[in-house]
Write a protein that binds this ligand. Structure first.
Ligand code: DON
Length: 304
């Protein structure tokens, strides 16, 4: 498969003037990013790296970090995670509060904000130095010691994160948050503030394309079954109330973030990351979704 030619063909075919989404500015620091950034990086298990545009520029991975917090919590406490958070698609926006009321403070899944906040609460209980240990874990699966939190972004979100504060307080009233509200929010905002390039993020996501093993070293991090489950949650819940649309158009497990990144995997084949900060009304990168739709259309390969 000539992935570079396919990426070049996709870029040539796009009419960039049609993608007029909005850069997330409810976290003020994210609002400073140029809307015209556009990077693609595909990492093939067998044949290496293919890219386009701003693929070596760092961006805020935001909700994509929810896949890594889930992975670490699953490694720490296994199926016990499921006592605190479900694995059903929510069909609601990422920061919604409504279902929590009639579902007794149990979030629908670990990839919406409520679920990721519960997962951060689990990590606070399980880790000795939560922020340090989580970053070390991401650096390990990224095989990259240069990965860091962006403290400006974390602080910016802490000042404006009223909805997340509401979610944690509400879940605490049901007994589903065990640590201090401020500590849960602090860990969550840090995890969202991690910065990576498209290339770095595709290397990190290779874990989920490569059946739970780090590609270069062959070290197994997740069992095949754990990898299946995390990919299944990405497939059904990774795009909030647009998860069905993403499955329909793209057909790969993936996860978006309001920084404009989308990471996706074709298990056994490749991991791919697209970054374009203009978001559609559901909070997913408009151009990112189109690029991935064209990728699985032109390769005629998806998990379906
Ligand atoms: O909690 C928030 O609102 C952000 N830190 C992350 C949200 C996000 O990335 C949703 N993704 N599409």
């Amino acid at each position: 498969m000539d992935y570079q030619k396919i990426i070049n063909d996709i870029v040539a075919e796009l009419d960039l003037s049609k993608f007029d989404g909005k850069v997330a500015d409810y976290i003020p620091e994210l609002g400073k990013v140029s809307p015209d950034k556009f990077g693609v990086h595909l990492n093939c298990i067998n044949s290496g790296h293919y890219s386009h545009g701003d693929s070596d520029e760092k961006f805020s991975i935001q909700s994509i970090a929810k896949v890594f917090t889930l992975t670490m919590a699953a490694l720490k406490i296994g199926n016990k995670v499921l006592e605190r958070v479900d694995v059903e698609p929510s069909g609601d926006p990422f920061n919604s509060l409504t279902q929590l009321e009639y579902e007794n403070g149990i979030p629908r899944n670990p990839l919406i904000n409520a679920g990721a906040l519960v997962v951060c609460d689990i990590l606070l209980t399980e880790l000795e130095n939560p922020k340090e240990d989580f970053l070390a874990f991401v650096r390990k699966i990224a095989q990259n010691p240069e990965i860091n939190y962006n403290l400006k972004v974390a602080r910016s979100e802490a000042k404006s994160g009223f909805r997340n504060a509401a979610l944690v307080n509400y879940m605490k009233s049901f007994g589903n948050i065990h640590n201090e509200v401020d500590d849960v929010l602090d860990l969550y905002f840090h995890t969202c503030s991690i910065e990576m390039t498209c290339k770095e993020l595709s290397e990190t996501f290779m874990l989920f394309a490569n059946r739970g093993c780090i590609l270069n070293s062959g070290e197994r991090i997740l069992t095949g079954s754990q990898t299946k489950r995390i990919n299944a949650i990405m497939q059904t819940c990774g795009f909030y109330d647009e998860a069905g649309e993403f499955a329909f158009r793209v057909g790969l497990p993936g996860k978006s973030g309001v920084g404009g990144g989308i990471a996706a995997v074709h298990p056994g084949y490749y991991s791919v990351v697209v970054w374009s900060p203009k978001l559609n009304p559901k909070g997913n990168s408009a151009l990112g979704m189109r690029v991935l739709e064209l990728l699985t259309t032109k390769t005629e390969l998806s998990v379906f």
